[in-house]
Design a protein around this ligand. Structure first.
Ligand code: HEC
Length: 211
């Protein structure tokens, strides 16, 4: 090949340029995104998940919940997410600064869970009810029974036992994985109003100028 060197150099250059644009460019834009410190509240947002919820996040990742559940709310005119009650604002990159990796999800067989914690709170759902949902499953949602164990009641019954599912003399108790997973689900909230999450407002003073 006469121009072998030029050919390979050109190919290398094209690939290097697109890699730089995609990887370095994105990293330059978002790589050092920091939490937002709110002076009035005296703390920064997003809040770091507590230890138990963070461990539950690992269970969520491990069990592949993200194959059926997303955790990202689209802006109002990009889809019906907000109309479905999945969130009051769109998700922004800052929501995920503490998540490694962010559980954005791959498909929406089930509802988006970005704000599951706030929904459960508003509905007055207790930790025990969230656990019962994981045990029972529902239409389309698998029952995660292996996260619970039936054991013989020895002495005092456990305060954590699920009501009414075990035969007499036995009790059904959540394993540590189930408990941390439920704590994780209840911690899911994207409610803080970051400035960049506010919908774009057209400048009214210029209205009509382009018409
Ligand atoms: C095969 C797909 C699938 C998988 C895997 C799955 N889910 Fe679901 N999930 C669903 C569907 C479908 C629903 C809606 C069920 C309904 O409306 O009755 C749901 C509902 C839920 C809800 C209630 C949401 C709400 O807004 O009320 C929670 C919480 C939940 N899933 C958590 C999980 C967790 C945690 C995992 C992993 C351990 C998981 N799901 C794995 C399909 C799935």
């Amino acid at each position: 090949m006469k121009n072998g060197f030029l050919f390979f150099f050109g190919l290398f250059f094209a690939l290097a340029l697109s890699w730089a644009g995609l990887v370095l460019g994105t990293n330059a834009q978002l790589g050092d995104l920091s939490p937002h410190y709110d002076d009035l509240e005296g703390k920064s947002f997003p809040e770091r998940a507590n230890g138990i919820a963070a461990r539950g996040g690992l269970v969520y990742k491990d069990l592949g919940c993200a194959s059926c559940h997303t955790q990202q709310v689209r802006r109002a005119d990009y889809g019906a997410d907000q109309a479905r009650g999945w969130g009051d604002r769109q998700s922004v990159a800052r929501d995920y600064v503490y998540q490694n990796p962010p559980m954005l999800g791959t498909s929406r067989t089930g509802p988006d869970l970005a704000n599951y914690g706030s929904r459960a709170e508003a509905a007055g759902k207790s930790l025990a009810e969230v656990l019962a949902d994981l045990y029972n499953g529902s239409e389309g949602m698998p029952a995660y029974r292996f996260l619970f164990e039936t054991r013989k009641i020895v002495g005092e019954p456990s305060a954590k036992a699920l009501a009414g599912v075990a035969p007499a003399g036995y009790e059904l108790v959540p394993t540590e994985r189930a408990e941390t997973l439920a704590a994780y689900l209840l911690s899911l909230k994207q409610t803080y109003a970051f400035a960049e999450a506010a919908p774009y407002e057209a400048d009214d003073s210029k209205e009509g100028a382009n018409e």
